[in-house]
Design a protein around this ligand. Structure first.
Ligand code: AMP
Length: 438
């Protein structure tokens, strides 16, 4: 009988495996994100990957809504895999955290799912660290979100980051004064997000907006200058006569002043900049590096989402950092150097009979925080040493009968190719002393 061929399974399109080195880099960034959360006092929450479709679809925006992984569970509920975190956090704030004193600073990190077209930096499963500052409508809250994002960029060693900043309030308030329906406004925002400025203007016109409105918007789209405050001042001139849009520009000015006075950040202001998610109401921003044309991070202010989910009217501002793209940017900029492995040890019993003792020693060393592997393939010492050397392990502890009688082992320094007999209780000390010499 012929051998049955077993198919080799692959990952589903758009999904990826993280092999050890890739997983290590991802976890490194995740840890940095967690450190930043602690530094700024954002407390971690863990929310489910599966949420009700209704919740996730409410304000995701057509672009993301149409790309959600949506299905009925076995109980007949319409559910979806989360395409972003903010809806889940707004659900928490409007419900379980409703009575908690404000401000609330919340952090979460995990995987998200969108049926995007896979390409470099765009996957169907991707990771974000997400920070939400809930309960403040003050510009210092917006500034904090920008500043903590900059702290994460610095912590990962990324250079030449550019923060692109805009204000949805400026655009929306002009459309509001024209009484344009929210649905139409959302369509216009989607077009602006895709930089289809002419189509956006056409849509505004087709809904019967005034000439004054069309001119103001057209002028705003053109406002892109190098100087931050000059740009904002130009915006101010373009929106004159639209009272609430004017105060939105003032708000943007205040936020930028706070940010730029407290640290050096490369900011460009774009008046026609909108984001795909529909819930934004105020300042929005994205972060770029010159090596990539897609954004590493995106966020902004959303003052009405919590109310929409049945909570008290609550102002909020947040940011999502795309960990996959940060990984790619770090690789491109070569900011990722693997931590030196000073304390890796392999324990090799010389013979079967030393196995038990070898395991005992490995536990002892792990309790001293050394990273220890045991030889589990039953190989001869020379072969096991050769393999350990190839894998760049730093030390080998060879457990032999003769030395054991004196309560000792052979400690081999694989980098310096030297070995010595060492008492079992002195192994850690000897390794530490050797590490200090380098
Ligand atoms: P958004 O939730 O759309 O505001 O996106 C925030 C950040 O998440 C982006 O700046 C990206 O870094 C990341 N991101 C969004 N969609 C994807 C995707 N399909 N693949 C990888 N990263 C993504």
């Amino acid at each position: 009988m012929g051998k049955v061929r077993v198919p080799l399974f692959r990952t589903v399109r758009g999904m990826r495996d993280f092999l050890p080195e890739e997983a290590e880099l991802m976890k490194y960034i995740e840890n940095k994100a967690r450190e930043i959360a602690q530094l700024y006092r954002y407390r971690e929450v863990i929310t489910p990957v599966v949420e009700s479709y209704e919740l996730l679809a409410a304000k995701a925006g057509e672009e993301i809504r149409s790309r959600m992984y949506t299905f009925r569970d076995l109980g007949g509920r319409m559910v979806a895999l989360r395409p972003e975190f903010t809806a889940s956090l707004a659900r928490l704030v409007s419900n379980k955290l409703r009575n908690k004193p404000k401000p609330l600073r919340l952090f979460c990190v995990g995987s998200l799912y969108r049926y995007d077209e896979p390409q470099r930096g765009r996957f169907r499963e991707f990771w974000q660290s997400n920070y939400e500052l809930v309960g403040s409508d003050k510009p210092e809250a917006d500034a904090e979100i920008i500043m903590l994002t900059n702290s994460l960029m610095n912590a990962t060693g990324l250079k030449n980051c550019v923060f692109k900043v805009g204000h949805i309030g400026v655009l929306r308030e002009i459309l509001n004064e024209e009484n344009l329906k929210e649905k139409v406004q959302n369509e216009i925002m989607q077009l602006l997000d895709k930089k289809q400025y002419d189509d956006a203007i056409k849509r505004v016109k087709s809904d019967g907006a005034s000439r004054k409105c069309v001119i103001a918007l057209k002028q705003l789209m053109k406002v892109k200058e190098s100087g931050v405050f000059e740009t904002v001042k130009r915006m101010e001139r373009q929106v004159r006569g639209f009272e609430r849009a004017e105060s939105a520009v003032k708000n943007l000015y205040e936020i930028l002043e706070l940010v730029l006075e407290s640290q050096k950040i490369d900011v460009i202001v774009e008046a026609g900049f909108a984001r795909g998610l529909e819930y934004y109401t105020g300042m929005v921003f994205e972060v770029y590096v010159p090596q990539m044309d897609t954004a590493l991070c995106g966020g902004g202010r959303y003052d009405r989402l919590i109310e929409l989910f049945g909570g008290e009217p609550t102002a909020a501002v947040g940011i999502a950092h795309g960990l996959d793209r940060i990984t790619l940017a770090m690789q491109k900029q070569k900011t990722w150097t693997k931590a030196p492995r000073e304390n890796t040890v392999i324990i090799i019993p010389v013979k079967e009979e030393m196995k038990k003792e070898a395991l005992k020693i490995s536990q002892k060393l792990r309790s001293k925080n050394l990273q220890v592997e045991s030889e589990v393939m039953g190989r001869k010492v020379a072969k096991a040493l050769g393999d350990a050397d190839k894998r760049r392990i730093s030390y080998a502890v060879i457990v032999g009968e003769k030395e054991l009688k004196d309560g000792a082992v052979i400690l081999r320094d694989l980098k310096r190719r030297k070995q010595q007999k060492v008492k079992i209780e002195k192994i850690t000390e000897t390794i530490e002393a050797a590490n200090q010499k380098t």
